[in-house]
Design a protein around this ligand. Structure first.
Ligand code: AMP
Length: 505
């Protein structure tokens, strides 16, 4: 059941196919990829005395060696701990200590940031080269429930927790990909503009299982001009992107001249895609967009709004995250855990074999995340009569003002209708009279302006009066984490600071 067998399989079926490319250059065929992984895995056990179940961290930007290191780790029966490369040094140290990682693969440019609390292998570097010449050993067998990937949650609030994803969980995710998301084949290319430590990396199994080429942008990051060039270069181009990336592609200056005829499909997810942005993306890319809703705790696999479901869809359907994927059951419950009928908003719960085994060494977090075998996602949502789920907001982002529930997403959708508005985020802030008041953070397109009066009028035209923001804060851009998720906690902190400074003046 070791995921490393997927690579062995691919190397037998497609030994000479491109497995990994860097930009337009071949980095490794499947045979080379499998050989390197086997040698790296052997070296990890032999030279570093690591044993089955030991954790190995990856603090790497997107680069071809990322995939080789991952499969080396699995080959040796070890647990991969992919870390968001944009975290702070203190956060790296926290994850090393929380996971008990014994070794860390690190990109040369990040080597100075990981400190000396852990043994490092600079990748690529001298030691990495040496490991690739170690004598290969067979794949170390593991149990299906052994952990393959310790997925640290993005930690938009509180300390990140490690979601334990087993080899079996990830095989279930792979199965659902082919049933519910997309079909790939050996002529396709999976681009990786989004971080390999998260969704894009999780989708690597689908490329590997299909014999497709995995293309790492030479810049190691997300640059619209480079992505358009890669799409033009690689037939059957497929990739996962955060909604903010899709928006940036559509609005990029290179978009007008881009040839996207090679594009097979973009799967977006990981954060809300606003209907206005989605329509703009569909007008630009055509019917080549699909959506998934998932979370680290249930990787990539809660619901899907497939490419076919996007075609001729109503606005309400485009605003949804689609239907339950095949390997899970999804329900919406009230505060007492009672399942709600279609039309009623509640917390989204999911169960199935793709759901994580639990949080690493967090009994209390596990006790509140799991009840009666269901994972409580912390997301609010509502099913329609046809089984399409619409996300509201995180339970903790819900605003309760004057006793009424206000879902920030609903207000954000309205404010985005203003032509000058680039991005927006709505949060609740404590208010002595109302409990919370609605505050909108608004960033406008360069050179354009929206006034409070115009935005207020838009709200009056579309939503109930009590949902209108009482306060607007205009900013140049909104704070986001590495995955493009807007950090509402940082926005609330900004308001608290403002409050402190205005009360002290
Ligand atoms: P992470 O564990 O970092 O992948 O974050 C998962 C969270 O991102 C989910 O619990 C949702 O709140 C949000 N999310 C994921 N997919 C979507 C989506 N398609 N639309 C809106 N929010 C999403």
């Amino acid at each position: 059941m070791n995921l490393a067998h997927l690579l062995t399989r691919a190397s037998h079926i497609w030994p000479d196919n491109c497995a990994i490319s860097r930009g337009a250059q071949l980095h490794a065929t499947y045979r080379q990829f499998a050989e390197r992984a086997a040698r790296i895995g052997a070296s990890l056990r032999r030279d570093y005395a690591l044993n089955t179940g030991d954790r190995v961290a990856l603090v790497m930007k997107n680069q071809p060696e990322y995939l080789e290191a991952l499969y080396g780790i699995w080959h040796a029966g070890l647990v991969a701990v992919p870390v968001n490369a944009k975290l702070h040094e203190r956060e790296f140290a926290y994850i090393f200590s929380d996971s008990g990682a014994r070794l860390c693969f690190v990109s040369p440019e990040l080597a100075g940031k990981v400190g000396d609390s852990i043994t490092t292998v600079v990748t690529p570097g001298e030691e990495w080269q040496r490991m690739q010449h170690a004598e290969a050993a067979p794949v170390v067998e593991v149990d299906r429930d052994d952990i393959a990937w310790l997925f640290y949650t993005s930690g938009t609030t509180g300390k990140p927790k490690g979601a334990m994803l087993s080899h079996h969980n990830l095989r279930q995710m792979l199965l659902a990909f082919f049933v519910d998301v997309e079909q790939l084949d050996a002529a396709d290319s999976m681009l990786h503009p989004a971080p390999l430590s998260h969704g894009s990396g999780l989708y690597n199994f689908a490329a590997l299982y299909s014999g497709a080429n995995q293309v790492i942008p030479a810049s190691g990051g997300f640059d619209p001009a480079e992505i358009f060039a890669l799409i033009a270069h690689y037939p059957g181009a497929f990739f996962f992107a955060a909604p903010t990336m899709v928006k940036r592609l559509v609005e990029a200056t290179d978009a007008r001249s881009a040839d996207t005829s090679n594009l097979k499909n973009i799967i977006y997810g990981g954060g809300p895609m606003y209907v206005a942005d989605l329509k703009a993306a569909m007008a630009f890319f055509g019917n080549k967009l699909g959506q998934i809703y998932g979370q680290g705790e249930c990787p990539m696999t809660i619901t899907t709004l497939t490419r076919a479901m996007h075609r001729d869809a109503s606005d309400a359907r485009l605003a949804s995250v689609g239907v339950a994927q095949s390997v899970v059951q999804v329900k919406v419950v009230d505060e007492r855990g009672v399942e709600q009928p279609a039309g009623s908003v509640g917390e989204i719960c999911v169960r199935g074999e793709v759901v994580m085994r639990g949080y690493w060494q967090r009994p209390e977090a596990n006790a509140s995340a799991f009840r009666d075998g269901w994972l409580y996602t912390g997301d609010m949502g509502v099913f329609d009569a046809d089984g399409f789920l619409t996300l509201k907001d995180r339970v903790k982002d819900l605003i309760i003002s004057g006793g009424s529930n206000i879902y920030p997403r609903e207000v954000e959708e309205v404010l985005l209708l203003h032509a000058a508005v680039l991005e927006v985020s709505v949060v609740g802030f404590p208010h002595p009279e109302w409990g919370e008041e609605v505050v909108a953070f608004v960033a406008c397109h360069v050179g354009l302006n929206a006034t409070e009066a115009e935005l207020d009028q838009l709200c009056l035209d579309s939503i109930a009066r009590f949902k209108r923001p009482k306060r607007y804060v205009f900013v140049d851009s909104l704070p986001k984490n590495n995955n493009g998720k807007i950090l509402k906690t940082a926005l609330r902190d900004m308001l608290s600071l403002e409050d402190v400074s205005s009360s002290s003046t």
